[in-house]
Design a protein around this ligand. Sequence first.
Ligand code: LFR
Length: 498
Amino acid sequence: LDGPVHLAVDLGASSGRVIAGGLRDGKIHLTEIWRFENQPVRMQQDLLWNHLGLWQNITHGLRLAADRIANIPGANIESVGVDTWGVDFGLLDDRNQLVGPVRCYRDPRNQGQLQAALKKVSREEIFAETGLQFMEINTLYQLLAAAQAGDVGYRNATSLVMMADLFHWMLSGERTIEATNASTSQLLSPVNGTWSTKLLDAFNLPAAWFPPPTPAGTKIGVVQKSVAEVTGLHDVPVVVPATHDTASAVLSVPASEFAPARPDWCYISSGTWSLMGVELPEPKITPLCAELNFTNEGGVHGSTRLLKNIGGLWVFQQIRAALQRRGTAPSWAEMVEQAALAPAFSLLVNPDDGALLAPTDMIDEIGALAERTGQPVPTDNGVLFRAALEGLALRYRHTLGSLERLTESSISTIHIVGGGSLNELLCQMTADACNRTVVAGPVEATAIGNVVMQMIGTGHLHLIEEARELIRKSFPTKTYTPQNTHVWDEPAARFATL
Ligand code: LFR
């Protein structure tokens, strides 16, 4: 790297990274500086994030980056920004302190909150206000759980910050709520980008907690002195990217058009979750959208991410965690190999089965699911691995149909970005199950989106189309052509009845 360098802190539900990004020979170049594990922590009944451990890793990574870049002639750190998963938040009080723990969206105490909320405000009304899919993990329902529990944080808060905003606050001292992540709360109107006073009032949420959202690409301040002393990032601007990881990932889709009204491509941002959808110029708040439970999340430059959450590689990851507890830990590559050798469609698992959201042991839970759905309980690991992947491909097939109905367009290409784009078996299964061309990559979509938005925020790039052209030029993709599509018909029909 030489010239301007942007530091992207990219936090996912299972790992975090500090990445340095910039241009080299007219292409985007990323260097991973520091990688660390992230996992929710169970404490008594609660499932929490280790936000202090994350902060320690972030500052350590930033220090390493500052030291490394200081040694490169001509290189200069121009900005830093953080992206994370959506829906989770921290609460700050009037003494500028974080009050209470930071909870994980899989916290079991959220169970029942969605149903309780719908007794107060109808489903139709919440959807009309927010355009968001109904998931118990959404910020709104977590806040209702906090209110019900009488959380000390809830009682003493003066503002709410989403997860990435929390780290931006730690970095800069500034309290902001970035717009794309705010859009995952189910409290924001996707039409005008403002908070729904109707919902805030109905659920007794103080309007003062929710300042107007900050657009991605805004410089909110500089690294504050106490942090600069630790990291070496003196006076470095903090430029918020599209802080919702999925928004950053979608920004990196190597498509040529930005937010087409009639898209012929869709994306799957493939990681712990699979987010499948299209990028549109405007939200689609229609009865069909509500019925199909799609979401209108906020994208960059006023675009809409019309998508659906699919249970993602979570099941696959948790099968591995369960095996680890049993004393064996195959590598990801070994798991994929065994999946490829296992018989096809011998067990169908819907990754969105509620029981799989946060089970104590994924293998036991899948066994119970098999019994419940009249399928043989798997005794072979390969069958388990394969079921986790086939289940995803089958969900993609179904979701693609819904997307085409919703957008009244026909989609010819599926872009898979993120970690899951490296899983060749899953990419091929997706092409086959959906009978569409799959273009896989870039793998580092989220970090790339983060860096690119910082480039826009610092004036090095201007248009999304320009950013995408640069991304297409910089990162290779791999194309998968559908084969053996018909063998998916029978399992798809069976899957629909599960
Ligand atoms: C993906 C993601 C999804 C969001 C889920 C929970 O990492 O951000 O978009 O629905 O995590 O926050």
